[in-house]
Design a protein around this ligand. Structure first.
Ligand code: OFO
Length: 168
């Protein structure tokens, strides 16, 4: 049986994962308008992944006999200066999600809710992997640069990028 404060916090995390999915969908659509097919497919995949993260929490809440409340989502940013700025924005989002997961872990420990703490460890690891991937990609993009063939090379790199295997 989950405690009320944990049910509320997990519901907020459902909204956060769903918002991340929504943001990455908007980023993918922006990339399409720039003819950046590799970036678009990367962000469409990322958006699907965030939806899977959302579903995992929804299933956990349902399996624990708790109510899930689906919230309204805001309109995501649809304009980005360039592909590096887009990834910097995505990294900022990941850092905010990581901070939110950390707060959930703290709450689980405070509540002595060891089952939820164990459930959340998957997210702790996942956030670490995602932040690392985004940081590395931004670094490589800056090395390649956006001039000349740079943008084309960046898009090719994103098309081939293989995210870490999900261990869900
Ligand atoms: Fe949900 O994995 Fe990042 O945000």
């Amino acid at each position: 049986m989950l405690q009320e404060n944990m049910i509320a916090a997990l519901n907020e995390q459902v909204t956060m994962e769903s918002t991340a999915s929504h943001k990455y969908l908007a980023m993918a659509c922006w990339a399409e308008t720039q003819s950046l097919e590799g970036c678009a497919s990367f962000m469409f995949r990322q958006s699907d992944e965030e939806r899977m993260h959302m579903m995992k929490i929804i299933n956990y809440l349902h399996d624990s006999g708790a109510e899930v409340k689906i919230s309204e989502l805001g309109t995501p940013e649809t304009n980005f200066g360039n592909v590096i700025e887009l990834f910097e924005e995505a990294l900022k989002n990941e850092q905010a999600v990581s901070a939110s997961i950390d707060r959930l872990v703290e709450l689980a420990i405070k509540n002595r809710d060891y089952k939820t703490n164990q459930f959340l460890q998957w997210y702790v690891e996942e956030q670490h992997e995602e932040e690392t991937s985004f940081m590395k990609l931004i670094d490589r993009m800056k090395l390649i640069g956006l001039d000349g063939q740079g943008l084309y090379m960046i898009d090719e790199m994103l098309a081939k990028f293989e995210p870490e295997e999900e261990n869900a």
